[in-house]
Design a protein around this ligand. Sequence first.
Ligand code: PMP
Length: 429
Amino acid sequence: NDRYRKSREQFKRGLRTLPGGVSSPGRAFSDVVTPPIFVSSARGSRFTDEDGNSYVDFVLGLGPVILGHGHPEVVRAISDQASKGTVYGMPTTIEYDLADEIIAASEVIDLVRFMCSGTEAVMTAFRLARAATGRERIVKFRGGYHGHSDVAIAQATKPHMLSIDGENIRSGLATSEKQDVIISEYNDSDAIKTLVDAHGDEIAAIIVEPVATNMGLVPGTGEFLRTLRSLTSDRGIVLIFDEVVSGFRFRYGPVADQIGILPDLITFGKIVGGGLPIGALGGKAEIMELLVRRGSVFQGGTFAGSPLAMAAGLAQLRVLRDTDAYAHLDHLGKILCHSLINEFRERNLPFGAQRYGSLVSPILQVAKESLRDYSDVGGQDAKLFGRVHKELMDRGFAIPPSIEEPLFLSVVHEEHQVKGLASAYADAA
Ligand code: PMP
């Protein structure tokens, strides 16, 4: 009675046709003991796999599916648009409608450019920053993930991006890209001050998630983010907030405006595409205008501004805008975080949890109250996590296959599902 028989069989088949059997490496579940699970369909807060097992979904497409799978408004927008055509190679006014929503949501944004992935949004942000400053170096923070462009993966700090011998990814990257990227420590103001003092005149951009969502869930401190803003302003460095995950996740707009620390450029993805492939880059006109037809920076794409993604994104944003979605998401996040802490405590387990809005990270490290930087995240018990992951999947709770990714919640998750996860999590641990 192998619960995952069909998934195992399918994975063997896939290994013959896709490198590693998958289209994105994390999906091979190589960090955990569970085999990759093949989804056959999803609805609301749940999905079913090829073996017919049903799961409450806390992966949710790793971010985009904030309204739950198959939200009727989103489905209707996609099918209406599909019946009118999927790609034209010419502009549509839905691009303007979606841009209006994003621009209205942030003081920083005068202009938006749409593309097909968060990776592309970040890649273009780097290019604009280099063009605007005439400098080449990019600073990022240990444990961050900003997509898979050359610059974004040079000096990789995450285990799943390292080669088997534990070395940085080298293959396929130019030496110059590796030399251009500098790593600093998240939430460490002194480290970034020292770095900018030494190299400020060579740095085109500093990229940061104001709430880190790729090293567990780690909010940036106000002090750290304010330091970034003042250092970059003083030294003419472009400050990029990567809000591919955090944008429209916690409120109707980016985290930037909520905390009152405004970067020069903001990248979006995930939620603003309503579950279809998207990336978006926003910023002040003086930088963004470098992208106009006779501007100095090129970016384009057959599917950029995809009518389907625009329609889906617009439908999703309108639901978020016109309902009490964020209050409800916050409520669910609170319940999940409190329940995890309580369930651990009841079992005398020295673990904890931390959250921001509807993203929650269990903390599987003895006596750690909170995660503050990547060394905290890396200090967790990855073996234990791997076994917790399997136990949860066996019990019908799907969570991301890495301790570095938070648990995701959607508007349609129910309290009993969230409490059920917390209790199963602590049981498994
Ligand atoms: N930035 C951040 C913060 C991300 O988490 C991700 C992907 N999870 C990206 C950029 C890249 O987005 P995409 O996968 O759409 O290319």
